[in-house]
Ligand binder design. Structure first.
Ligand code: APR
Length: 226
């Protein structure tokens, strides 16, 4: 079976009602990165940072996977499917996808500021005074700007084996995640789905919304596999 690797960003969750970061009106229009998405911000004003994620967790609980998330699962009929996502939402999981690697963490998890032990928080709030079992403050299990991306090496090894590499809903602005595109060396096809994407040499760009383009692409990929 051939390997399909799908690399997703906030755009795949946009039609589920979750804001992207860099579209106009996106999260980085409303908040300053240095006030909500860095370790320094958390040290300086922890409750403001925790509230930023509590608001997003509440939105996530009230949103559902869309046709793009569900369509990807059909690829498992004829391909080895791996999803690598920059998203901290759990919409891929809730659509039934199994093989998912999160690069930037998970909104539904927290971790100890003492030993990085992970605790599931599901849809609950995370506040000051919420401690790990050793009595230390919990933080969101999210990779902040300037922090290591622990799953990056594993992601690179997966992309190196991709026969088809599909990129969905990312501005390819943030490194090292965006550098994954450079590792798809053996891929017969590299396809990018994003209504506002620029053109990239060697990449088939489909300028359509994910919920329209992904099901169509999946049909096309499934129909010509014997
Ligand atoms: N379908 C497909 N793509 C879409 C849709 C849609 N319905 N709506 C928007 N997009 C595209 C936008 O055109 C944009 O190119 O999704 C992309 C979203 O880009 P960003 O907002 O920059 O999000 P992302 O690329 O995921 O950001 C990467 O930056 O802030 C950090 O950690 C954060 O993981 C995030 C990382």
């Amino acid at each position: 079976m051939k390997n399909i690797v799908v690399f997703t960003g906030a755009g795949i969750s946009a039609e589920s009602g979750l804001g992207t970061f860099r579209d106009s009106g996106g999260l980085w229009d409303k908040y300053k990165i240095e006030e909500v998405a860095t370790l320094e911000a958390f040290h300086k004003n922890p409750s403001f940072v925790l509230d930023f994620y509590n608001i997003r967790r509440k939105e996530l609980v009230n949103s559902n996977p869309n046709d793009a998330h569900f369509a990807l699962n059909r690829l498992e009929e004829k391909f080895n499917l791996s999803i690598i996502t920059q998203n901290i939402d759990d919409l891929h999981e809730r659509s039934g996808t199994k093989n998912i690697l999160h690069l930037h963490g998970k909104l539904m998890e927290s971790r100890s500021t003492l030993d990085n032990k992970i605790y599931s928080i599901k849809e609950h709030e995370l506040n000051i005074g919420d401690y790990c079992e050793k009595g230390c403050q919990l933080r969101p299990n999210v990779v902040w700007f300037g922090e290591e991306v622990p799953n990056m090496d594993q992601a690179i090894e997966i992309v190196k084996k991709a026969n088809i590499f599909i990129i969905i809903g990312t501005s390819l602005n943030v490194y090292p995640a965006a550098s994954l595109v450079d590792y798809a060396k053996i891929a017969d096809r590299v396809i990018l789905i994003d209504p506002k994407s620029s053109s990239y040499e060697g990449i088939e760009v489909i300028r359509k919304k994910a919920s329209i383009a992904v099901p169509k692409l999946v049909d096309e990929l499934l129909c010509c596999v014997i």
